[in-house]
Design a protein around this ligand. Structure first.
Ligand SMILES: Nc1ncnc2c1ncn2[C@@H]1O[C@H](COP(=O)(O)OP(=O)(O)O)[C@@H](O)[C@H]1O
Ligand SMILES: N[C@@H](CC(=O)OP(=O)(O)O)C(=O)O
Length: 395
């Protein structure tokens, strides 16, 4: 379909002034573009604030109720944006997840989209309206509100773009592009103008908070032309497409999970260990974390995991009580333009050892090298390894 999907992140909608700017931008685009679907996140830090309010009331908030609560943030943004657009004389209609026909499984806080019944969306486009969707949410087959996990409005945007075969999906943010490291941590971080889906998948798996990992999976699977750029300026942004890998071990960017837990299971097999963790967390109403790595250890299996702080904190304290918790770590990953090479590992180890940074574990994959280290060394490791992006080639 001749369609542009635009997603505006929470930071770009943090107050009414910014919502008006977004409305102006969409109104301008509507002069030349017949079909526009806009996905919005909750304003500013609304989702965080709703989460902490619910934790003030209960240590283990009921997932169904938490899902309902969190979905309201995006509904507020969507309706405010529709009001602003209608006020400009640009007809617009907002839909929540259920109205948009985003049908998910029953997982209230980390739901997976099963299918999309887009009749209402398509009818509204047909009648000339800009369609505004509250991102990050859907409806389970039993009719309950569900949410798609932190950062889930990226997944709404890519799923809608894939389903309606949009010309492109634009993820619009409060900063200009995807960078060689988190620009809030590294002043020297450089914008990246072109990325492949695989590179972005690797980056988001290993902690780049620019997009939700699952959304990049959808983009790759359905070959959705993807652009990540600024919402309020004219800078260039990053194009993500299916480019060929260059055989080149050049480090392209550094990403990091600030909080990684290493949990010890005394069960014999990996599947038993994962089953044990799943049922333990279920009894505590805690969503299952992102597993990063598993390793056979003395007397069982070690599981390395991360999650948003609001669920990692409870995991740490619950497992700590049961003395399964081994230690808190962090990860730092160097993602390469092409594949990794032994020379890169040697170089990284050498640079870190020179700074006295002790590597606890190292994982090498096709296009990246990840180290697990003590959190106290995190910033120093990112700063040190970021120097590698200026090195032309490492072999
Ligand atoms: N490699 C990276 N490039 C750009 N931003 C990054 C990177 N890694 C982490 N980030 C961080 O990702 C965050 C995502 O932006 P945020 O404002 O939360 O997005 P949203 O538009 O979804 O509201 C920013 O805080 C930025 O500092
Ligand atoms: N508001 C939700 C979903 C989301 O995608 O937000 P953002 O686009 O601002 O990262 C969250 O904070 O997780």
């Amino acid at each position: 379909m001749e369609l542009i999907v635009q997603k505006f992140g929470g930071a770009t909608l943090s107050d009414l002034g910014k919502i008006k700017l977004v409305a102006n931008r969409i109104h301008e685009l509507k002069q030349t573009q017949k079909n526009i679907i806009v996905i919005v996140s909750a304003m500013g830090k609304t989702t965080d604030s709703l989460i902490w309010q619910s934790y003030d009331l209960s240590q283990h908030p009921d997932p169904r109720e938490l899902g309902v609560l969190l979905s309201t943030g995006e509904i507020i943004s969507a309706s405010l944006l529709a009001i602003a657009l209608n006020n400009l004389g640009c007809p617009a209609i907002s839909f929540n997840g259920a109205q948009a026909g985003i049908i998910t499984d029953e997982n209230h806080l980390n739901a997976t989209i099963q299918f999309i019944e887009s009749v209402r969306i398509e009818d509204s486009l047909q009648s000339g309206k800009v369609v505004i969707l509250a991102g990050f949410q859907g409806v389970g087959t039993s009719g309950d509100v569900t949410t798609l996990g932190r950062g889930g409005s990226d997944t709404t945007a890519l799923a809608i773009a894939a389903h309606l075969q949009a010309e492109r999906c634009e993820i619009l943010k409060d900063f200009p592009a995807i960078y060689s490291a988190d620009p809030q941590l590294i002043k020297e971080a450089e914008p990246i103008t072109n990325l492949s889906y695989d590179q972005l998948l690797d980056m988001t798996f290993w902690g780049a908070k620019v997009l939700q990992y699952r959304s990049v999976e959808i983009a790759k699977k359905y070959n959705v032309p993807l652009y990540v750029g600024p919402a309020h300026t004219n800078q260039i942004g990053t194009i993500v497409e299916d480019t060929k890998m260059i055989e080149d071990a050049k480090v392209m960017c550094l990403n990091s999970h600030a909080h990684v837990l290493r949990v010890h299971s005394s069960l014999e097999t990996l599947s038993e260990s994962i089953e044990w963790l799943k049922s333990f967390l279920k009894t505590k109403n805690i969503p299952f974390p992102q597993l990063l790595h598993t390793e056979r250890a003395e007397g069982g299996i070690d599981l390395f995991m991360t999650a948003p702080v609001e669920s990692l904190g409870p995991i740490a304290s619950e497992l700590g009580n049961q003395s399964y918790l081994n230690e808190s770590l962090c990860s730092v990953t160097a993602t390469c333009q092409g594949s990794t090479k032994p020379e890169l590992l040697e170089k990284m180890i050498d640079m870190l050892e020179t700074k006295g940074i002790k590597i606890i574990y190292m994982i090498v994959s096709a296009m990246s090298v990840t180290i697990f280290i003590k959190p106290v060394y995190r910033m120093q490791a990112i700063e040190t390894l970021h120097q590698l992006i200026r090195v032309p080639k490492i072999f």
